[in-house]
Design a protein around this ligand. Structure first.
Ligand SMILES: C[S@@+](CC[C@H](N)C(=O)[O-])C[C@H]1O[C@@H](n2cnc3c(N)ncnc32)[C@H](O)[C@@H]1O
Length: 199
């Protein structure tokens, strides 16, 4: 089952009880100008909600530019690296922060590799400004065994939903921007059958 809501995650999070989804997997807005108000204030609220809803682990792909600040404020259990090869002009890697909800699900038991060398999606292949490679999402998600459901609070073009479908996981997603939500729904419709549409 895949449910993608066209709404602000901070509002939509209220629908989810504590520990109600096994895994949170996301790539949140990276840039100060992509959020309303103070970036760290926004991030803290979103992070707290993600940690509340997840029962096992929270996995966040973020930018190298904000990496040190995130590690200082919210130290992860482990940091994986998405290496992008030789590309210009951006940073050539993104950190992937892995948080452990409790000792009942020890993330170190599941992580069998820390680095992912996968080319980013570029130029004409991109249908969304921030679209990430499906192969990266499948590769990271499939390490975390015994998880049956995933929530992506900032789903963009729906890469997490496609990866969840591939791995047989239930998926919940939020996308605030209407145009991005339409891109996501179109992509899901073209790729899979039986998607449950909720907005
Ligand atoms: C980095 S992009 C995600 C890209 C995605 N992983 C993909 O592969 O397409 C972050 C997305 O979060 C959305 N967004 C920003 N603030 C939001 C909020 N408060 N609630 C829900 N979505 C939000 C943006 O519109 C953007 O599409």
């Amino acid at each position: 089952m895949i449910n993608i809501y066209q709404m602000d995650f901070l509002e939509g999070a209220k629908m989810f009880k504590d520990n109600s989804v096994d895994l949170i997997f996301t790539s949140p807005p990276f840039k100060d100008e992509d959020v309303e108000g103070d970036y760290w204030n926004f991030y803290e609220k979103a992070f707290n909600e993600m940690c509340r809803i997840a029962s096992k682990t929270v996995i966040i792909i973020h930018s190298a530019t904000k990496m040190n600040e995130i590690i200082r404020r919210w130290p992860p259990k482990r940091t994986l690296i998405w290496g992008k090869g030789i590309i210009a002009p951006a940073y050539r890697y993104n950190p992937i922060f892995v948080y452990q909800k409790s000792d009942e699900y020890k993330v170190n038991k599941y992580i069998y590799t820390d680095t992912f060398g996968i080319a980013p999606i570029k130029n004409k292949d991109k249908i969304h400004k921030y679209q990430d490679p499906l192969h990266l999402y499948i590769s990271v998600l499939k390490m975390f065994k015994d998880c049956n459901s995933v929530l992506d609070p900032f789903i963009g073009s729906g890469t997490t939903a496609l990866a969840a479908n591939e791995l047989g996981l239930d998926c919940y997603g939020f996308e605030k921007d209407l145009e991005s939500w339409k891109v996501c729904m179109q992509r899901l419709k073209e790729t899979m059958e039986g998607v449950m549409l909720i907005d």
